[in-house]
Design a protein around this ligand. Structure first.
Ligand code: F6R
Length: 607
């Protein structure tokens, strides 16, 4: 997730406005920043790696001439956060500048094609191909608008982009596919941005650009066209009545809820990872003597789920270990034959990094899965994969968890393929189900949210909860429990459902709430027995089950339904979403702030 901003002023300088707009978009990314303007037929550019204030202190982002320009605040996806990878990106002659939020999946093929006809690339980003493609089309005689249209027709992936060129110095041409893009209007200026807060102090008149649309900004206003058939879209501006704080949360009352609802989008992004890194990591896992999966908190639950994925799909036994226990528990046995996949959203968790340091000293192979390119974890890993969830502001991890699961499932699937452990048909089915996950997540949010709100009202006063699941659903249950405990301050216990009879069941008395995670998998029959054991002792049973699973629903007091056909291995990605929402709404009912749970920090940098 990055932030783009552009402006054309009738009078005045664009740079200070772009700088201020980017500052308001900093929550979308903050590892690099840049601006490009056009003035007297020349392109001016300033950019560097670093937070906006730090870069501004050195470069003065307000001091670039011109009434028209674009800017970008970056959250690295392709290419580390170095100056050369900061946006805007330019063509060979530095006459065209592009800012982009999204991921161009076919950039490697396009780059090769462009290099073969003489284009020189400066960065390691996917975005730079856009500048060179536009350059090529302008050379062929197309107008800037047509050149951008021709260019985006060649792109696979997601984008919100803005392009300027000294050949047509009075326009900004923008296009959108999946990544958000909005236009803001005043009498003296027109703006484009990733998000409304970027221009909200300047105007509350906004036009939302839809997927598959191109929009041209000029002194005359804006013109929207459909990319598919080039028809003009007559869309009037809307009046936005958000205050700036609401705007930053895109109208949601909390970042946590916004991030829960962002999951269909972030899950789409995690299906667009760079193949070569996934392949390389698969290679290391395949060669490994023994594999540890090491992480803390929510990321540990992703590792727990992954241990089932690797074992069930690729027949690879792995050890999921909590970071703070790793050195004590396994420190002495780690050696040159050990391969350790560290999973950390922030890439900076102290417990995880001390496990990294230990493993490094013992010459193990270090692999990393993180959301932050440039974090310590990315610097020490032999290979790392960036999960591409964008910055997560809510302290409770939500969208980053489901993205981690998606990446780990992709790795397990690749390994299974490589090892010949699954039939082609099974692989194809799983691959196609994985592609459908974002849509299913959308359906769950659309159909179950109201019900979850009501369940929160019913259950919020309970003193303690059990979360139970069997197999991979134990990981889902554990994560559901952590969400509820950490933000609603409700004591909760999670364990594999089969364990309940070995002790915990003695806690059950009339009305004790027990949440069962019950996808329709191999554990279905046995979990029914576990539900009956609890029910017989008076527990209130809330189940998460497959739509139409009457057997399970018949045993429950309440149920939340997940669409049919979710394979067991992918089930945590979807079954955890209602549990995140339930924790969120119970927190509200109990009168707490889900974004700021007491005693917690987003990144835990102490041991
Ligand atoms: C819970 C949560 C924490 C983190 C943990 C590890 O909602 O966010 O449990 O998962 O502190 O953080 P990372 O993944 O950054 O290493």
């Amino acid at each position: 997730m990055c932030g783009i901003f552009g402006s054309i002023l009738k009078n005045g300088e664009a740079a200070p406005l772009i700088h201020a707009g980017l500052k308001r978009l900093e929550y979308r990314g903050y590892d690099s920043v840049g601006e490009a303007t056009i003035h007297e037929g020349k392109l001016f550019l300033k950019k560097d790696a670093g937070k906006i204030d730090d870069v501004h202190a050195i470069l003065n982002l307000d001091d670039i001439p011109g009434r028209l320009g674009i800017g970008h605040t970056r959250w690295a996806t392709h290419g580390a956060p170095y100056k050369i990878n900061a946006h805007p990106h330019t063509d060979c002659n530095e006459e065209i500048a592009v800012v982009h939020n999204g991921i161009i999946e076919n950039y490697a093929d396009l780059k090769l094609e462009l290099e073969n006809i003489g284009h020189i690339f400066k960065s390691k980003t996917d975005t730079e191909v856009i500048a060179h493609l536009v350059e090529e089309k302008l050379k062929e005689g197309f107008s800037l608008i047509d050149a951008v249209r021709e260019t985006v027709n060649r792109l696979d992936g997601s984008y919100a982009l803005a392009v300027i060129s000294i050949k047509e110095p009075d326009k900004i041409v923008c296009a959108r596919m999946e990544s958000p893009l909005v236009v803001g209007i005043t009498n003296n200026a027109i703006y484009c941005a990733s998000d409304i807060p970027a221009f909200l102090p300047l105007t509350n008149k906004a036009v939302i650009i839809e997927n598959g649309e191109l929009v041209v900004l000029s002194d005359e206003g804006y013109e929207i066209r459909k990319l598919a058939d080039w028809t003009v879209v007559p869309r009037q501006p809307e009046k936005i009545d958000w205050d700036p704080e609401m705007a930053e949360k895109q109208g949601y009352p909390h970042f946590m809820l916004k991030e829960i609802y962002e999951q269909p989008l972030t899950l789409r992004n995690t299906l667009r990872l760079q193949e070569q890194y996934l392949e390389l990591m698969t290679e290391f896992l395949d060669r490994a003597g023994e594999v540890f999966l090491v992480a803390a908190g929510t990321s540990y639950h992703a590792c727990l789920a992954a241990s089932y994925m690797f074992s069930k799909l690729a027949f690879l036994a792995t050890h999921p270990i909590i970071s703070s226990e790793f050195v004590e528990q396994h420190g002495k046995s780690v050696n040159i034959d050990s391969t350790i996949l560290f999973v950390s959203q922030s890439g900076e968790t102290a417990d995880t990094l001390s496990a990294v340091e230990h493993a490094h000293l013992r010459a193990a192979t270090l692999l990393g899965l993180t959301n932050v390119i440039g974090s310590t974890l990315t610097r020490v890993s032999r290979v790392y994969v960036c999960q591409q969830s964008g910055p997560e502001i809510g302290v409770a991890a939500t969208k980053t968890f489901t993205s981690q699961l998606s990446v780990l499932a992709q790795l397990a699937l690749r390994l299974a393929k490589k090892r010949g452990k699954m039939s082609h048909v099974d692989i194809e089915v799983l691959e196609s189900r994985l592609k459908q996950i974002p849509d299913v997540a959308e359906t769950i949010l659309a159909t179950q949210s109201e019900k979850i709100k009501q369940l929160a009202k019913k259950y919020y006063e309970r003193q303690c909860f059990f979360f139970l699941g069997r197999g991979i659903s134990w990981a889902t249950a554990s994560e559901g429990r952590l969400k509820l405990m950490e933000i609603a301050y409700v004591p909760a216990i999670a364990f594999p459902a089969g364990e309940s009879k070995h002790g915990p069941i003695s806690l059950i008395e009339s009305g004790f709430p027990v949440i069962f995670v019950c996808p329709k998998d191999d554990t279905h029959k046995t979990i029914m027995s576990n539900i009956m054991e609890m029910k017989a002792r008076g527990a209130s049973i809330l189940v998460l089950c497959e739509e139409g699973d009457e057997e399970i629903k018949g045993l429950a007091d309440d149920f939340i339904e997940i669409p049919k056909g979710v394979p067991e291995i992918l089930s945590p990605i979807l079954y955890v979403i209602p549990l995140q929402a339930l924790a969120y709404y119970i927190t509200l009912e109990r009168g707490h702030d889900p974004d700021m749970p007491r005693n917690l920090a987003k990144s835990v940098t102490v041991k």
